[in-house]
Ligand binder design. Structure first.
Ligand code: HEM
Length: 207
């Protein structure tokens, strides 16, 4: 009798600790998002790398930045109704279109003739943050990209790819923390992943 009770107790303790461990080993949403968008990131990266390799002059580089400007300025307008300083402190500081236009001007070109862009669907905060994930992450590969440009003799127009300088990783960490806090339901997570993928894919279509 005693051993039966002990056995049952052990069994329950084991079960509880397994559940406890299981809940601890659940991946964070940011990890799921990164994994679920890795194919579309790689496809876009391949296109951008091949464009970078073709750059021979400042005006070639400006032509690449004009694609970023066209897409990011439209995306920033699309997410603006859903995200502000109360959702993400220092939101204005993260705007990319202004930096892109500064770089394009520094390279002696203008943002008058823009390629056509197709927006992902953005009607909720989850979708807006999914799109913003792609824009925030676009400066993460910045040091590699600046290295490639410098090899091609480009010396200026790095305020966009320079990201937030030595604060880039801290700014990324704050953004990721917001994603992990905001997306608690599977439906919201699914929506954000879908929009992030659409944001990568539609950007690839602009080239
Ligand atoms: C030459 C092109 C590109 C290269 C070489 C590149 C490279 C990289 C690298 C090395 C990282 C990881 C950085 C780190 O964790 O410290 C990264 C992350 C990321 N990149 Fe790119 N990238 C490129 C283009 C782009 C573009 C054009 C976008 C979006 C428009 C983009 C979106 C992202 C995102 C969202 C992440 C964050 C992934 C995560 O940790 O969740 N990348 N990229």
């Amino acid at each position: 009798m005693n051993t039966d009770v002990q056995r049952r107790g052990l069994f329950l303790a084991n079960l509880v600790s397994r559940r406890y461990l299981w809940s601890f080993s659940l991946p964070m949403f940011s990890t799921i998002l990164k994994e679920s968008t890795s194919v579309s990131h790689q496809k876009l990266e391949k296109i951008v790398v091949s464009k970078l390799k073709d750059i021979r002059s400042e005006s070639d580089y400006a032509a690449l930045l004009i694609h970023f400007y066209a897409y990011f300025s439209a995306l920033e307008k699309a997410i603006a109704p859903f995200i502000d300083d109360t959702i993400l402190a220092g939101f204005d500081q993260r705007r990319k279109a202004e930096r892109l236009s500064t770089d394009i001007s520094a390279l002696g070109e203008a943002t008058t003739l823009l390629p056509t862009v197709q927006m992902p669907q953005i009607n909720t905060l989850a979708q807006a943050l999914g799109a913003m994930y792609v824009m925030e992450g676009s400066v993460m590969g910045g040091p590699i990209i600046i290295g490639l440009l410098q090899k091609a003799g480009i010396q200026k127009g790095f305020s966009f790819f320079g990201g937030y300088g030595d604060k880039t990783h801290a700014m990324w960490a704050t953004f990721i923390q917001l994603l992990n806090e905001k997306f608690t339901t599977p439906d919201q997570q699914k929506l954000a992943i879908q929009t992030a993928n659409e944001t990568f894919e539609n950007f690839a279509l602009t080239f």
